[in-house]
Design a protein around this ligand. Structure first.
Ligand SMILES: *Cc1c(COP(=O)(O)O)cnc(C)c1O
Length: 385
């Protein structure tokens, strides 16, 4: 399957028809345990579903194929996946270097859950090679980056960062949730591990929570597999199946998300109400050239700064009708959010705080003229305040 193109792998990897009945879709194995043929006689290796479930295996095969990884493990949420990976690699006394604009939950996990365990975390602008070299320590085991980042869509050169991390004896982990493997394949660019919140673009329909760890080689394979088994934050069979179904349309969905977001970014750049448009598909974006090199499209996420300030941003976020006011992203329906009080509330007042005049859009795959009309109507309501 690895010789096939992305869209083909997304539909066929791990998705062989059921050998018993020919059902074209692998079934949802909604079972907690498997009968043994004599003690230890496991059929196809399955015994108890925390250790392994055939529906989850089908998803894990698909996930590894999407990212070009050696193996993949599926979890009940993105943060559960991150936790399993971090505990697989880190030991007390180790240091993690985080991008200074990573997902707030990742920062919270490291600074609130893993810090008492003896792991130290600092942040830096990972797009600045000198800043990264200065921030690396002998104890640095992991450099952790998101590109594009949330919510400011900053772009980091993955290949360059991988070289610096490796020279410092650290592994590079890329949270590829925003781009999705349809647009960016970090392992091929030199990263060691990819993590995902499959809740977002991979699931794609806002109906399931999940996470994944995809490993580029076998160094951490036993450790991650053991964490998954020993802690048990696994995907339930139905959740794994829904994610598998979402992934099959990832390539076409992401193409439309990107096309719609590009149109909205170009529209917003012409509107005086917006003082900033954060979208890597605009040539004016500082990361545009790197993004054009390492991504095959610019994705469905964009953020807008309101010239009139925080109150205008809050009003805009509460005034759209098609764009629903909600956390999360990556579904077929468009969402709008006010990061300082929603997705990034947990980092307000910290070094990771985001601008207060910001709204973030997860652009869906509705008709883009309808989406722009919705934003125009909301701007009129902001003006009439
Ligand atoms: C949502 C998200 C996560 C966390 O995933 P959950 O599935 O909500 O646990 C991690 N990273 C990024 C970039 C996210 O958007």
């Amino acid at each position: 399957m690895t010789d096939r193109a992305f869209a083909t792998r997304a539909i066929h990897a791990g998705q062989d028809p059921d050998p018993h009945t020919g059902a074209i879709i692998p079934p949802i194995y909604q079972a907690s345990t498997h009968v043994q043929d004599g003690i230890g006689g496991f059929r196809e290796g399955y015994e108890y579903n925390r250790a392994g479930n055939p529906t989850r295996s089908a998803l894990e095969t698909q996930l590894a194929a999407l990212e070009g990884g050696a193996s993949a493990y599926s979890f009940s949420s993105g943060l559960a996946a991150e936790d399993a990976l971090l505990r697989s690699i880190l030991r007390p006394g180790d240091h993690v270097l985080l991008g200074n604009d990573v997902y707030g939950g990742t920062y919270r996990l490291l600074t609130k859950v893993l810090a008492p365990w003896g792991v130290e975390t600092t942040t830096a602008d990972l797009g600045d090679a000198d800043a990264v070299r200065a921030a690396l320590r002998p104890q640095t085991r992991i450099v952790w980056v998101e590109t594009p980042s949330n919510p400011l869509l900053k772009i980091v050169d993955i290949a360059a960062l991988a070289d610096i991390a490796h020279a410092g004896g650290a592994v590079l982990v890329v949270d590829n949730t925003f781009a999705s493997p349809a647009l960016q394949q970090p392992l091929a660019l030199g990263a060691d591990v990819v993590v995902h919140s499959t809740t977002k673009y991979l699931g794609g329909h806002s109906d399931v929570l999940g996470g994944a760890v995809v490993l580029g080689d076998d160094r951490f394979d036993e450790a991650v597999k053991f964490q998954q088994f020993a802690v048990g934050a696994v995907s339930a069979p139905l959740d794994a199946w829904l994610t598998t179904r979402g992934i099959k349309t990832l390539a076409v969905r992401v193409r439309q998300h990107s096309e719609n977001a590009q149109a909205i970014a170009e529209w917003a750049a012409q509107r005086p109400e917006f003082s900033e448009v954060y979208y890597p598909g605009l040539t004016s974006h500082p990361g545009h050239d790197i993004a054009a090199r390492q991504m095959s499209g610019f994705g469905g996420m964009l953020s807008l700064g309101l010239a009139a300030g925080p109150d205008a941003a809050r009003t805009l976020a509460e005034s759209t009708t098609l764009f629903q006011l909600a956390e999360s992203l990556g579904g077929v329906e468009s969402l709008i959010g006010y990061p300082p009080e929603m997705t990034h509330a947990s980092v307000r007042g910290t070094e990771l705080a985001v601008p207060e005049n910001l709204v973030r859009l997860s652009v869906g795959i509705e008709d883009v003229a309808d989406l722009i009309a919705d934003l125009e109507g909301a701007l009129a309501r902001v003006a009439a305040r």
